[in-house]
Design a protein around this ligand. Structure first.
Ligand code: SAM
Ligand code: DTB
Ligand code: SF4
Length: 317
């Protein structure tokens, strides 16, 4: 179909991002209804299966070892398979249909820890939930092993534009990220890739990141849009909160340039009003992180989310 393009220019995406708000919303909502069941939202729960002491220096991240002295984050080794599956069971009982497990690793290393993660993926899949993991970089064999265990999605964010990237992360390159995404794609596992706004990037950087995601062929099946959670002790501790309208614009633009993808309203949702969150859903978001915790920071209250879903008349997909 005409709407599915993989030849966007950054300027075209920027024009959409900065278009008059009502035009932007109308276009996003029109595309959304063409490609997705209306009034539905997916609930994805997150669990940090290995926390902190990560060797990477991502300036937004409370889990980087580089800022551990200042953040005071307690590091935790890889959880036991049974404990993770118990958490997945609880998430399912609360209504989640997708379970995402995150490890503060630079990348996957073969050995016992990875063997255990493969078992976690198998267990979550056997429970009838979509299993998703985010483990940093990986190679083709590792991606294939995860695929074989039933992994539905691999989360690996581009985070920002290649031009702004070096301001945020110096311990790996943008190309490393793209290489991992290619291994995931070849394994048959779906791609979950998005980014963060509110780190000091310009609208052009935001458009450029969406351009790169939207020029992947096929598009990532899922696109998380995070608003920076500025954590004390990280280099981003002083960043201003993302303006609601900027978040809504970002979601709407992601929806327009990637019509079929699931757009996930991700970190930072807790700081937005109920109305802003609903505007994001109108703009084309059709998934949220559900459960009281993201990885290390607080997420929205479960009951408040259920109330929001009921009030907006949404169905859980
Ligand atoms: N270490 C792996 C990696 O970087 O791919 C997986 C875990 S990492 C915490 C997953 C994603 O969480 C990051 O790519 C980033 O987009 C997001 N993230 C981390 N800290 C955040 C924060 N303070 N605010 C918003 N998003 C954040
Ligand atoms: C994504 O894009 N956002 C999630 C998930 N993928 C792994 C992580 C958000 C982390 C927010 C900071 C924290 O809780 O540590
Ligand atoms: Fe490590 Fe991922 Fe955090 Fe970067 S975002 S410091 S790679 S856990």
């Amino acid at each position: 179909m005409d709407d599915i393009r993989t030849d966007w220019t950054a300027d075209e995406v920027l024009e959409i991002l900065e278009s008059p708000f009502l035009d932007l919303m109308y276009r996003a909502q029109t595309i959304h209804r063409q490609y997705h069941e209306e009034n539905t939202v997916q609930l994805a729960s997150l669990l940090s299966i290995k926390t902190g002491s990560c060797p990477e220096d991502c300036k937004y991240c409370p889990q980087s070892a580089h800022y551990a002295k200042k953040t005071g984050l307690k590091k935790e080794p890889l959880m036991d398979v049974d404990a993770v599956l118990e958490k997945a069971k609880q998430a399912k009982e609360h209504g989640a249909t997708r379970f995402c497990m995150g490890a503060a690793w630079r990348g996957v290393k073969d050995g016992e820890a990875f063997d255990n993660v493969v078992e976690m993926v198998r267990g979550v899949t056997d429970m009838g939930m979509e299993a998703c993991v985010t483990l940093g970089m990986l190679n083709q064999e590792q991606a294939d092993r995860l695929a074989e265990a039933g992994l539905k999605a691999y989360n690996h964010n581009l985070d920002t534009s290649p031009e702004f990237y070096e301001e945020i992360i110096t311990t790996r390159t943008y190309q490393d990220r793209l290489d991992t995404l290619e291994c995931v794609r070849k394994s048959g596992v779906t791609i979950c890739s998005g980014g963060i706004i509110g780190m000091g990037e310009s609208n052009w950087d935001r458009a450029r990141m969406l351009q790169i995601l939207a020029n992947l062929d096929p598009h990532p099946e899922s696109v998380p849009i995070n608003a920076l959670v500025s954590v004390d002790g990280t280099p981003m501790e002083q960043r201003q909160r993302v303006e609601p309208m900027e978040m809504i614009r970002m979601v709407a633009t992601a929806r327009i340039v990637m019509p079929k993808s699931r757009v996930r309203l991700s970190a930072g949702r807790k700081d937005f009003s109920k109305e802003t969150q609903i505007m994001c859903l109108m703009a084309g978001a059709n998934s949220i992180f559900y459960g009281e915790k993201l990885l290390t920071t607080a997420n929205n209250d479960v009951q408040e989310d259920l109330d929001l879903i009921a009030e907006a008349g949404l169905k859980v997909a």
